[in-house]
Design a protein. Structure first.
Length: 541
């Protein structure tokens, strides 16, 4: 029997221009290869590095039995172009391939996508078992999709959703390494996972419906085998962990799993750096015993010693009432203590922060503003900053927050992708603030995204470069300008003043900053990030 031919296509988002490894398809390809071995013939195409014409030509030459398309947020317009080319090409094939959509858009926008692509299968949540079931069906010549978990599809005019089944991480295998070396060469980001799930149930989060289980660790030997090979074979010097909560907070083996990874890095003698995401109470918990907090300190110190340079910390708010509404278990005081602890360990802190949500009032908004100032989020001398000071909460499909808004009759309609909802604000004045800051940040989002990612990449190097110092300085200036704009908008809305003049006052300042950065970068040949240069030119033009 001939091997089943499988082609994965990873589609990127134009609004997120930074080069990254396509972790989801690399993981799926590794799992299918391990499970089916010589019975499968797997390849991967990636639109960040290949022209669509090249991808279509490769498909036409191979004529795969299965085409799996990974859809990131923001990739829906590109998907239309890809599918138009695919449908035209496969029309001439003797047998139509099975086409499967996966990743975020398919998970939360399955029915929206099916309305346009009724012959396509949607893999929702984790894709390992869904893809394996499809492969087995193709091999057996059967079309009984109802027995395959984690699928949504159309049959006889009806939308069918099969049983949800979570992937057992003890079955995790080493992923494919396709494009990893190219990402390294382009100064991009290489992602890796050490766990899945989270024990928290934040109301704004839609991640729980993806896995529907608590935090689960991946086998340490698989994590380290992946890191070692990527480091030695592909030149990866810095790893970014995809884990929602790397530390496995509230799990009995969470800290031990993190410690075991650190010890394995020592044993393998890997000279690497890495960054993680975690909850505030993974760093410091008021209700924890002194012994518990000492243990946490020791694990973070060990992680720092083996390469941890940055922690994305889920602070989310500086308001007690907003934290309660978000279902956060940490307090404002705990957030401050956790930030100080990480800074004292010389670990950079990036705060996840939701400055505005649909149910907040002006007191809470002011508390958030005061908190960001208190922790020194815009102080260039401190190792703490906020990822984005102008974040307004998106009511995500599958989140408890959507239900909270529905109870107050604030939900209006789902967006075009089905990933989130448009909603009114409980306080129209907060809505006016949100609308203004959203418009303010939209025009420069791709540029700021590229700048943030370049700074993030450079900040993980063990020796600070002149480029890092320069770009960090400019990024802080952009964030501070955003913050000042937020304060001005909030003040004018609260006092019922005209907002028209604010844009004309602040926009020239933003343009001046971008032009200054362009002029400096254009005179420095050693700056290797072409993506940042391109985004600057796009905005200026």
């Amino acid at each position: 029997m001939k091997p089943i031919k499988i082609s994965f296509i990873a589609i990127d988002s134009p609004s997120h221009p930074v080069k990254v490894s396509p972790v989801s398809v690399l993981t799926l390809a590794g799992y299918l290869q391990s499970r089916f071995s010589e019975k499968s013939d797997i390849d991967i195409q990636y639109l960040q590095f290949e022209f669509l014409s090249e991808i279509i030509a490769a498909l036409d030459k191979k004529q795969p039995d299965i085409i799996g398309i990974s859809l990131q947020v923001g990739s829906q317009e590109t998907l239309e172009l890809v599918m138009a080319e695919i449908n035209e090409t496969i029309a001439a094939w003797p047998v139509r391939p099975v086409i499967v959509f996966g990743n975020v858009l398919a998970t939360f926008g399955a029915r929206t996508l099916l309305a346009k692509y009724p012959d396509v299968l949607m893999a929702i949540g984790e894709g390992e078992y869904a893809l394996a079931g499809i492969v087995e069906g193709v091999m057996a010549g059967e079309k009984n999709l109802a027995a395959v978990p984690n699928l949504v599809f159309i049959k006889d005019g009806q939308c069918i959703e099969t049983e949800r089944r979570m992937f057992a991480l003890n079955e995790l295998t080493v992923p494919y390494f396709d494009f990893v070396k190219k990402v390294v060469e382009c100064q991009g980001h290489v992602w890796i996972e050490a766990s899945r799930g989270c024990n928290s149930r934040c109301t704004f989060c839609s991640r729980y419906p993806v896995r529907m289980t608590c935090w689960t660790p991946a086998p340490v030997h698989i994590v380290l085998q992946t890191m070692e090979r990527m480091h030695r074979e592909c030149g990866v010097g810095h790893f970014r962990f995809t884990d929602d909560d790397f530390m496995g907070t509230e799990s009995t083996d969470g800290l031990e799993h993190a410690r075991a990874i650190a010890q394995a890095i020592i044993d393998k003698k890997l000279d690497i750096t890495f960054d993680i995401s975690c909850r505030v109470d993974a760093v410091y918990a008021e209700k924890g015993t002194a012994e518990d907090n000492v243990h946490r300190d020791a694990v973070f110190k060990l992680l720092r010693d083996v390469g941890l340079t940055q922690v994305f910390l889920g602070v989310e708010s500086g308001s007690c009432t907003q934290l309660k509404r978000f279902g956060k278990r940490a307090t404002v005081t705990e957030s401050v203590r956790a930030i100080v602890k990480l800074i004292d360990l010389d670990i950079q802190v990036v705060m996840g922060f939701i400055t505005i949500d649909h149910l907040m009032n002006f007191v809470e908004l002011q508390e958030n503003i005061d908190f960001l100032q208190k922790v020194g989020a815009f102080d260039p001398l401190r190792k703490v900053f906020v990822s984005d000071p102008l974040v307004t909460l998106r009511p995500l499909a599958g989140s408890t927050y959507v239900k909270m808004l529905s109870k107050k009759n604030l939900i209006r309609a789902a967006d075009a992708t089905g990933l989130s909802y448009r909603a009114d604000y409980a306080d129209p004045h907060i809505g006016a603030v949100a609308g203004n800051v959203t418009r303010w940040r939209q025009d420069t989002f791709p540029f700021i995204y590229a700048l943030k990612n370049r700074v993030s990449k450079l900040s993980m190097e063990k020796v600070q470069s002149a480029e890092r110092e320069l770009l960090e300085k400019f990024l802080n200036k952009f964030k501070l300008l955003d913050f000042q704009y937020l304060i001005a908008v909030a003040k004018n809305v609260k006092e019922n003043k005209d907002l028209g003049k604010l844009h004309s006052i602040f926009l020239p300042k933003k343009i001046e900053l971008i032009e200054r950065l362009r002029d400096i970068i254009s005179g420095k040949t050693k700056m290797e990030d072409t993506v940042l240069r391109q985004e600057i030119e796009k905005f200026i033009s």
